[in-house]
Design a protein around this ligand. Structure first.
Ligand code: ADP
Ligand code: MG
Length: 223
């Protein structure tokens, strides 16, 4: 089991009020799966992704990632887990504008203190894997939206994470580039990468092999 969430609650503090956002969420995922969590805006998707991505802690409940009890982890342990076990893909790519595709992809390796020569080799390989071997020296403003997202996916892959977490990965793309990104996730999953995608879009969600729905902080899955 790569993910195991049990009875997760998340409340946000709003002044003196506690606002419940996630309500008794239980969810698990096996290694190698391709799952979509689908729900309308405001349903708690990003809140859930932040917990699964070890960016935030639940208010209560237990969460195991790759066998490790994250509810007991410190901030430092969580950032270590993020670096080594999770590859993030965001709607707005989050690329550094003054860095080439190659340097952007190298970034997680730099944090992990991988030596320069190996960084170059691994980031080139990751860019090849997403079909961008010819674009290693390009800056983000010289790339299309779809290409920028593929750079971001190469960056997410470069540390060989246990899980790719993608929050609305096609939200900023035209439909053709969105389809290409979906094709890429499908291929990566066939190559053994575990993918958890978060989206409000049923058509996008249907590319996953398993779809879980979230509505008003409650997760449901059809049998
Ligand atoms: P989604 O990603 O599905 O659109 P979010 O997880 O971003 O939903 O938000 C779910 C609910 O939690 C919303 O009602 C939002 O207003 C609230 N929320 C999100 N983040 C915070 C925060 N930091 N403080 C207070 N409320 C928040
Ligand atoms: Mg969101």
């Amino acid at each position: 089991m790569i993910l195991e969430l049990k009875n997760i609650y998340k409340n946000y503090q709003q002044g003196k009020m506690e606002v419940p956002v996630l309500k008794d969420v239980s969810f698990s995922m096996e290694e190698g799966e391709y799952v979509a969590i689908m729900g309308p805006s405001g349903s708690g998707k990003t809140t859930l992704m932040n917990i699964i991505g070890c960016l935030d802690q639940a208010t209560s409940g237990t969460f195991f990632l790759d066998g490790e009890d994250i509810s007991k982890c410190s901030e430092n342990e969580m950032s270590d887990i993020r670096l080594h076990k999770i590859g993030f893909v965001f709607q707005s790519f989050h690329l550094l504008p003054r860095q080439t595709a190659q340097s952007n992809v190298e970034m997680p390796l730099q944090y992990a203190k991988v030596p320069k020569k190996e960084r170059i080799a691994r980031s080139r390989k990751a860019l090849e894997r997403v079909g961008l071997a010819e674009r290693v020296g390009f800056f983000p403003n010289q790339l299309s939206g779809g290409q920028m997202q593929r750079v971001a996916i190469a960056r997410a892959l470069v540390n060989n994470p246990k899980l790719i977490l993608a929050d609305e990965p096609t939200g900023a793309l035209d439909s053709k580039s969105g389809e290409q990104v979906m094709d890429l996730f499908k291929r990566l999953n066939e190559e053994g990468v575990s993918v958890l995608m978060i989206t409000h879009d049923a058509e996008i969600a249907s590319h996953a092999k398993r779809v879980v729905t979230i509505r008003d902080g409650v997760l449901t899955e059809k049998e």
